[in-house]
Structures are given as C-alpha cells and as structure tokens.
Ligand binder design. Sequence first.
Ligand code: NAP
Length: 491
Amino acid sequence: MLTTESLVEFEQMKMFIDGEWKDAENTNTISVVNPSTGKTIGQIPNGGRSETRNAIEAAERAFKMWSNLTANERGDYLLKLRDLMHDNKQQLAEIMSMEMGKPFSEGQGEVVYAASFLAWFAEEGRRIYGETIPASSTNKRLIVTRQPVGVVAAITPWNFPLAMMTRKLGPALAAGCTGIVKPAKQSPISALAFAKLAELAGIPKGVINVVTGESGPIADEIFENKTVRKISFTGSTEIGKLLVSKSAAQLKRLSLELGGHAPFIVFEDADLELAATGAVASKYRNTGQTCVCANRVYVHRSVMERFSEILIQKVKELKVGNSLESGVQVGPLVSKEGLSKVEEHVKDALEKGARLLCGGRRMDGELADGNFYEPTVLTDVNRTMLVTREETFGPVAPLIPFDSEEEVLSEANDTDYGLAAYFYTENLSRAIRVSEALEFGIIGMNDAVPAVPQAPFGGMKESGIGREGGHQGLDEYLEDKFISLSFQTKK
Ligand code: NAP
C-alpha cells in the first residue's frame, strides 16, 4: 500500500506518457485548488498538442502488442489494477476530497464503484463473441468477427474523476484498444494516481497515457490526429455538441455521456419515508453535482405537506463541512462559478414566487473560504424558474406539486434531456405504465441510486449517444467485421 504522497507527488506532478512521467514541454503549470479551503494543493503540467501527439503515438505503438494479447491476459491486468485500487482506496478517496471536494466516505464509495468497471469488463472481454451467418449459396461461409477500434481518447469530467475514467478505459482495454485520457483540470490528480497504479499493475507502456492541461489544444490534437479512431466524452451537453461538430471532419466515432435534468416523482401511494430518503441520496450526493441528480421533485398535492416535513427533517440533519472531515455528508461546490450558479438559481426561483423551506444561503464562519452552500429545499416551484430548466448542479431540491399521473408524465418528459428519472409508488400497474412512459435512459423505481457496472448507463435526447457499462459498454470499442469466405465445394 502507498501513502497518498507517494501515489502522487503533489510538489512535482507529471503526466504519464509512454510509460514515463513527464513535464509539459513549455514547463507551464496549472494550479489545482481545494474547494473546501480555497488553498492550492499542487500544480499540474499544462500539456498541449505536442504532448498529446506523443501520447497518441505511444498508444499506437502499444496497440499491436496489446490487441494481440488474449482476452484472458488483458483481463488479468485489469483485475490486478482493480485490486490495487481497492488496496489504495483511502488514498484515492483523499485525493478526490482534496481536488474536487467529494466527501471522504463518498470518495471511498466511488473508488469501489470505479474499480468494479475494471472487474466487469475484464470478464466481459472474455465473451466478445463473433457470429456465423447462414450463407445464400453453398460455396460460401459468412463470418462476423469483432475487433478493437484502435487508439481511443477519453475526455472526462471532474465530478466522478475515477469512475468516469474506468467506465471508459475498462471496456476499451478489455476490447484490445489503447489510448489516452484527458482529465478535467479541476480533478486531474485522481487520473495521475490511477496512472501510477496502472504502472504498478505492470500494464505495458503506452497502453494508458494521461495528458493534463488546457482542454482546447489537447482536444484539437485528439480530433485532428488520424490515429485516434474513437473518442468517449463525459461532460456538459454544450461541449458535447461542440465535439460532435469537431468529429465531422474525420467522421470519428464518438460516444457522449452528457447532462441531465432528472424528474423525481412521488406519487400519492408512495412510501413517503423511502421516497424522502431516496430524494436526499439523489439530490445531495456529491453536493448535488451529478448528471443523474434529482433536479425536479414532483410531489402529489395530497402528500406534499407530509413529504416536505420528512424531507426537511432529513436535510437539516445533513452534516456539511470540509470533505476530509469524518462524518461530513455534504462538501463544497467544485468552484466559485458553481457556487454563483446555485445562488443565481435560488434567487431566480424566490423572485418568481418559490418559498424557501430550508437553507438558501452561502455558508460563512469557518467555511467561508470554501465554496459551501447550505442544503436547500424550495417549494411552490413552477416551470418558469431556472431550477426546472437548467442543471443547478448544487444542493437544491425544488418541490413542484402535481394532481394527476397524466399531468406529471407530461411535465417530467418536457425537457431536452433524457438521462435519468425516478419515481416512487407502491402500485404495480402504475409502476409499469410510468416506467414505460418516461423518456429517459435510466429509470429508478423506488430506487435513487440505480447505476451499476453490469447495466447500461446513458441518455436519450440531448443527454448523449451510446451506453457505458453492461455488455453494451463494450460495443462502443469494437468494430464488426464481415468476412465472406468463398470456397470450392469439390476437390
Ligand atoms: P465540461 O465543462 O463539459 O467538461 C468535461 C470535460 O471536457 C473536461 O475534461 C473538460 O476539460 C473538457 N472540455 C472543456 N471544454 C472542452 C473543449 N472545448 N473541447 C474538448 N474538451 C473540453 O463538464 P464538467 O463541468 O466537467 O462536468 C459536468 C457536466 O458533465 C454536467 O453537465 C454533467 O451532467 C455531465 N456529466 C454527465 C455524466 C453522464 O454519464 N451522462 C456523468 C458525469 C457528468 P477542462 O475542465 O480541463 O476544461
């Protein structure tokens, strides 16, 4: 087991390219700031096009060897890396807390979740089956084989620094691809720690490369370099759309895991205690900064008062504080900009007639240097307010009353996003009707935390293209090749 400092040298962080630890050629660096304290914790190299090109070339050199290994051999490497992540769970969780403010216990959960993708795809890689197809003539055999797409690039967000990386690298590596990772500059240290573990796992040089720096030049190289055959992006819908246009020049394969605006529906026949516990888990996890967070909490008018009471009691019990402190459940927002956006959304809702049930302000006192906002519940929310249209990405639960199933389904689907939706009911017929009518890629029925490695995760509409996890996650990194084999039927 390593110490956090030996996993990553905070004083002198370097990129991981072709199995070596490197500075940026221009020696420029970017500061990484702890959102709990406002203090700089380290500097990362500001790599650009040239370093990205070197990483892509290293991945290309490694591809032949890596894709020629058996699925069992690649799987063994992935399982070794999974074990190392488990062995260093505390350190990895500490890094996440420091760089992007995830509460420490939640960070430990993320390490286990992230590692589970390596184990799942290590096994799925052994089941990349082809096909034989009945031919139209007796002298032919039709075969479909599945081959790795080649060198891939993963562009990841700051809110799940490890899990978003392994959800891409797990299937990519299992399929036989090699590649490069560009982590968000707000949370690059987790990616560097992960690269250190990959090195310790003995994964051959060039198979995994991590380039840190400003996204513009790195992305330009990724999209313009013909060696990169596929890009997997997780982040905002805004940047996702930009990348779609960039991918057009070379028709690069692209998977997109984008933003969401999840409805969370509490029907009159729901178990209200269960629903309130679920709402807290969905809304305040990661301080409300997840793509699948409940954004609009629809509550049947007949149970609104009772549900609000239970919810407020639970929200008031949440412990807010420095992410590294024991027992903290809600940490800071990742940045000052994130904090301002939450303030703007709450102000807009209050100006348009919403009422504050709890929270509603930036935190001061000993938390004043960090980006802390009180866990907040708003009621009397309506569809003119920003909270019901844009991702707030903060600890704010807006409650919206409804009167009928038909009405709430129409409201819930009235969004450009289609990632996750939740509903609570004890009625089986309603469960089937509602789960089939919601236009979202992931449905949590009486379940606020549905994501697991063995099930497909992804969105409809402007929430993305493609799926991660499940057996579907592997398809994104494979090409189907059809071989038509004609032969002589007689000697
Ligand atoms: P973001 O601003 O879109 O950034 C995501 C990644 O893209 C980062 O690595 C970022 O790098 C990079 N990037 C920024 N501008 C770019 C450009 N012009 N070209 C290429 N890359 C660029 O999103 P975020 O704020 O990090 O993450 C939050 C968003 O991600 C939310 O919308 C959330 O819903 C979504 N998300 C979706 C899922 C999902 O599975 N669907 C999961 C998690 C998060 P820099 O930060 O270094 O600029």
